[in-house]
Design a protein around this ligand. Structure first.
Ligand code: SAM
Length: 420
């Protein structure tokens, strides 16, 4: 999908759509995570509104891709390849009209220039036909087939609720550094709280502009992502945050009094962890190392292993994960190796927490079931938000279909053991 260089004489708004098109191309054709490729591409857009619109177009296209394709194919006799540029341009035109309340004339004026020298008439025809037909997207997105097959097998009773949980962009969750200030920040930011230390804001503007950000009074963290570190509680011993960047759980542990070692192998993600610690005034010893090669000088009272995973549990916020499933065998081997190493670094009576932001049982439940030589410590009901109960095994399992009345929650798995 070759794209022309942006021209300064372009109609205003075309560059925003061209940027969205490039992001979609990177995710769908090259399998790149949106988080990686978005920042450099968005730098070409000066206004924050334009950057937000480009991201919204991409995320809505990824959320509804299967249904968008069905609409497109219903409006033309031509067989369009799945990666045809005209198809991708039609995704972004249709989500603007059907999801982002953009007037059709603006959609056409900013969409067709993306196809200069290409099938503009076809795109215009398909778009106009669908609008004349008053075509609509379903209430719940149809999942891409590879993900649908996996979740049908793993969560037959939950898959409909999970798909419904993906239909809308999620609210913004914050973790409050001083849980005693939860009510204050909920009121100040116009949010609600589902647990002490948690505030949920319905729709976010620019996070950096919100009260309390610059002062480090809170950080952005999905409610589910905050649960594993909550299982550690307060303490003063040595805690290892293994696979720590960008540091959400490091900050929770440090705010709870622990003397934290935060280890990660990604230099760029560790820069964000440093920024986060600086902003919140929290401290940790930061180690840039491969956890599969590193050895600590002394054992730990607590180890929190937030293992690298498919991240399918974050699909509400990062719908690109629905379209780029990883090679699971390599990933689950790595998770098992990390778990084994972490088990060897615990003090007697030390606590291990294993967590993944994944909906895949082989990354969560099956890894936990294979842990031996330590004692499971079941997660109590009162460590979790109202509406979420531990599994029969005493594990944490959330999915995007849970808490639908209060804005949902990401998918996460966590288990806890103590060494004896
Ligand atoms: C799920 S993310 C961690 C999120 C983090 N715990 C938080 O709450 O902000 C997984 C992290 O594992 C790191 N990682 C992957 N393989 C690693 C390895 N072998 N050694 C150290 N870090 C690794 C990645 O760089 C990534 O930052």
């Amino acid at each position: 999908m070759a794209q022309a260089a942006p021209s300064s004489s372009e109609i205003p708004g075309v560059l925003t759509r061209r940027t969205a098109l490039r992001m979609l191309d990177a995710v769908m054709r090259r399998g790149e995570p949106l988080d990686h490729i978005a920042p450099p591409l968005l730098r070409g857009l000066e206004r924050s509104d334009d950057r937000a619109l480009a991201i919204a177009i991409v995320q809505e296209s990824l959320r509804w891709q299967t249904d968008l394709d069905q609409l497109i194919d219903s409006a033309t006799r031509q067989i369009l390849p799945s990666d045809a540029k005209v198809r991708v341009v039609l995704w972004l035109m249709l989500v603007q009209a059907l999801r982002l309340q953009m007037p059709p004339h603006a959609v056409v004026a900013t969409g067709l220039p993306l196809l200069t020298g290409g099938p503009r008439r076809l795109a215009h025809g398909v778009f106009s036909t669908l609008l004349k037909r008053e075509a609509a997207l379903p209430a719940v997105p149809t999942l891409p087939s590879a993900v649908a097959r996996r979740w049908e097998a793993a969560w037959p009773d939950r898959i409909a609720a999970i798909a419904a949980g993906i239909a809308a962009p999620p609210p913004l969750d914050l973790t409050i550094k001083d849980a005693g200030q939860t009510e204050y920040w909920a009121e100040r930011l116009g949010g609600t709280s589902l647990m002490p230390g948690h505030v949920r804001i319905p729709r976010a503007g620019t996070v950096e502009a919100m009260a309390g950000f610059a002062d480090g009074a809170w950080w952005v963290q999905d409610l589910a992502a905050s649960l594993p570190a909550r299982l550690v509680g307060a303490g003063q011993g040595r805690a290892l945050d293994l696979c720590a960047a960008p540091g959400g759980k490091t900050m929770q542990l440090a705010a709870n009094g622990w003397n934290v070692t935060a280890l990660d192998r990604s230099a760029s993600r560790l820069r964000r962890l440093h920024d986060n610690l600086g902003r919140t005034g929290l401290t940790a010893e930061v180690v840039a190392a491969d956890a599969l090669a590193w050895q600590p000088d002394a054992p730990f009272d607590v180890i929190l292993l937030d293992a690298p995973c498919s991240a399918t549990g974050t699909c509400r916020r990062h719908p690109d994960v629905l379209h780029r499933l990883p090679a699971f065998d390599a990933l689950t081997d790595m998770q098992r190796d990390l778990l084994q190493r972490a088990l060897g670094w615990l003090k007697p009576d030390g606590t291990l927490i294993y967590a993944v932001c994944s909906l895949e049982p082989e990354e969560g439940e099956r890894q936990a079931a294979s842990v031996t030589n330590v004692h499971p410590v079941p997660i109590p009901r009162d460590a979790l938000p109202a509406g979420i109960t531990p599994t029969a095994e005493g594990w944490l399992r959330t999915d995007p279909g849970m808490l639908p009345e209060s804005g949902g929650i990401d998918g996460f798995f966590a288990a806890r053991w103590v060494a004896r």
